[in-house]
Design a protein around this ligand. Structure first.
Ligand SMILES: [Zn+2]
Length: 105
């Protein structure tokens, strides 16, 4: 099984590829493929042609998925690029920042 440490809504930094260094929010996670869709990252323009009369051709910007392995979480508490750890609290697993130990909701 593919466990992903990042979740929708996390702020991440891209570590590899043409968008490396970019920050963005996770819009969607794709656990089956191990990819994530990050806001403003891997943006591609899709051109749509007019299909019916009255409709215009458009250029739509779409964010394409990037490998989850190439992104790292930016901790909201300490503001550092960090790894995600797990801690047990009352029998429930919670995600914590490896650097400042603050919990990442
Ligand atoms: Zn932290």
């Amino acid at each position: 099984m593919n466990t992903m440490k990042i979740k929708k809504g996390d702020t991440v930094v891209i570590m590899k590829g043409k968008d490396h260094g970019k920050k963005g929010k996770i819009l969607r996670t794709l656990p089956t493929t191990g990819k994530v869709v990050v806001e403003g990252v891997n943006e591609k323009t899709r051109h749509t042609r007019p299909r019916r009369g009255g409709e215009k051709g458009q250029r739509v910007k779409v964010n394409h998925p990037v490998w989850a392995a190439n992104v790292q979480v930016l901790c909201p508490s300490c503001g550092k690029i960090t790894r995600v750890g797990f801690e047990m609290h009352d029998g429930a697993k919670s995600r914590v920042c490896k650097k400042c130990k603050a919990s990442l909701s």
